[in-house]
Ligand binder design. Structure first.
Ligand SMILES: Cc1ncc(COP(=O)(O)O)c(C=O)c1O
Length: 380
C-alpha cells in the first residue's frame, strides 16, 4: 500500500474536464447560460425528474434564492437543524428571519421530524430539511407538517446528489432544493450549485432573480424582443468554464457514487465489530433511504476520546476531521436564532463525530489501513 498520507478529501477529477473546457474556449462563449450550463441543467432535470433546474454559483446562492423567492421578511421564522452549515441559516437571516433550531435524530444527524411540528408558531414560514451526509431526512412527516400549516418545505441537498427517499431523488420532494458542487462534494466544480424548483410558481421569478433582476432569460429564448430590469436580483449564474468542468463529472455521476458507496460499505464492515462492542457508533440508515456515500463518520464515546483518536490518526498519516459546531451555540446563531426544545443530541453527538477519509478512487487497502489503525487505538 502507498504509505503516504491518506487525505480526508481528494476532489474528483474525471479526465474529461479539459476537453470540455477547450470546447468552451473554441466556441468563445464564456458567460452563463450557454451550452454547458444548459447541458448541466437538463442532465439534472432528466436524471432527478425535477421540474426546473438552474445552475448557480454555489449551494449557498441557491439557498439565498429560495429565501428571496418566498419573500422572507423580518419577523418570519424558519425551522432547521442546528447541526448544519452556516449557509442554511444565512439565506434566511439575510432577509431578516429568525432561525428556530431543533434537535437532530442521532441515527442520521438529520432534523428530528418528530419535533418539527412543536416548533411551528404563527410566524413560521418554512422548514429546511438538511440531508446530512447524503442521507435523506424523513420527508413524509416533514411534508405533511408543511401542508398542514401552509409552510414551505425546502431541501438543503448540498450533500445529497442522487440520494433517494423511498425511490424518489433527494431534491425533488420539497418546494425547492439546493445542490452544492463545492470541491468537497461528490460531484464538484470548485464552487458551484443548483437551485431545483419543484413548484412551477417559482420558475419565472427565479430566472429573473438569478439574472440581476432582468428578464434576460426570456429574451435569450426569443420570447421577448428586449430585456430590462423588472425585479430585484443578483448574479447567481456561473460561467461556462465551471459548467463545462461540472458536466464532465455529471456524465459519470453514477460511477462516482457507486465507488464511494463501496468505500462506505467497506468502512462499515471494517468497523462494525467496534460498534458491536459498544466502543463506537456508526450511522443507522433507514432502509427506505438510499444514500450517496458522501461521508463516512464514526462517533466516539465522548469528546476527549474523539480528540485523542483524531490526534492518533493524524500522527499516523490519516487525515480525519470533525464537522459542524452546532449553529445555535455559535456567536451568530445566538444572535439570529433560538433553540426549540431540548438539545439532547445536537451538541453531544456533534462532539463525538469524526469523519474518515472519503473520496472517489479511495483504495480498499487504504480503507483497511484506516480501520486497522482505529482498531489499534481501541487495542483491538
Ligand atoms: C449542508 C450544506 N448546506 C449548504 C452548503 C453550501 O454550499 P456551497 O459551499 O456550494 O455554497 C454546504 C456546503 O458546504 C453544506 O454542506
Amino acid at each position: 500500500m502507498d504509505k503516504s498520507r491518506i487525505a480526508f478529501n481528494r476532489p474528483c477529477v474525471t479526465g474529461k474536464e479539459i476537453e470540455y473546457i477547450k470546447d468552451v474556449i473554441a466556441k468563445g462563449k464564456f458567460s452563463g447560460d450557454n451550452d454547458y450550463t444548459k447541458k448541466c441543467n437538463s442532465w439534472i432535470e432528466n436524471k432527478l425528474g425535477c421540474r426546473k433546474v438552474l445552475l448557480t454559483t454555489s449551494g449557498t446562492h441557491a439557498l439565498d434564492m429560495m429565501a428571496i423567492l418566498i419573500g422572507i421578511k423580518p419577523g418570519d421564522e424558519v425551522i432547521m437543524p442546528s447541526f448544519t452549515f452556516s449557509s442554511t441559516a444565512n439565506a434566511f437571516v439575510l432577509r431578516g428571519a429568525k432561525i428556530v433550531f431543533v434537535d437532530v435524530n442521532p441515527d442520521t444527524m438529520n432534523i428530528d421530524e418528530a419535533i418539527v411540528e412543536k416548533a411551528v408558531t404563527e410566524k413560521t414560514k418554512a422548514i429546511v430539511a438538511v440531508h446530512y451526509a447524503g442521507v435523506p431526512c424523513e420527508m413524509d412527516t416533514i411534508l405533511s407538517i408543511g401542508e398542514k400549516h401552509h409552510l414551505y418545505v425546502f431541501e438543503d441537498a448540498a450533500q445529497a446528489i442522487l440520494s433517494k427517499h423511498k425511490g424518489r431523488f433527494a431534491g425533488t420532494l420539497g418546494n425547492m432544493a439546493a445542490l452544492s458542487f463545492h470541491e468537497t462534494k461528490n460531484i464538484q466544480c470548485g464552487e458551484g450549485g443548483a437551485l431545483l424548483i419543484n413548484d412551477p410558481d417559482f420558475i419565472e421569478r427565479a430566472e429573473i432573480i438569478r439574472e440581476k433582476g432582468t428578464d434576460r432569460s426570456r429574451f435569450f429564448r426569443g420570447e421577448i424582443n428586449k430585456y430590462g430590469w423588472v425585479d430585484f436580483g443578483s448574479s447567481y449564474l456561473p460561467g461556462e468554464l465551471s459548467a463545462a468542468f461540472l458536466f464532465a463529472q455529471l456524465e459519470i455521476a453514477e460511477e462516482i457514487i457507486t465507488d464511494r458507496l463501496e468505500s462506505w460499505k467497506a468502512y462499515y464492515m471494517g468497523l462494525n465489530s467496534l460498534q458491536v462492542e459498544g466502543l463506537i457508533q456508526l450511522a443507522k440508515i433507514p432502509e427506505y433511504m438510499s444514500h450517496n456515500g458522501h461521508l463516512f463518520y464514526i462517533k466516539t464515546r465522548d469528546l476527549s476520546e474523539r480528540t485523542s483518536l483524531q490526534k492518533y490518526l493524524n500522527e499516523n498519516n490519516i487525515n480525519c476531521v470533525f464537522h459542524y459546531i452546532p449553529l445555535h451555540s455559535s456567536r451568530a446563531g445566538k444572535k439570529y436564532g433560538r433553540f426549540y426544545g431540548d438539545d439532547s443530541f445536537t451538541t453531544s453527538d456533534s462532539e463525538r463525530l469524526l469523519r474518515l477519509p472519503m473520496w472517489y478512487g479511495l483504495k480498499s487497502d487504504q480503507i483497511a489501513h484506516v480501520c486497522e489503525m482505529i482498531k489499534k487505538f481501541y487495542n483491538k
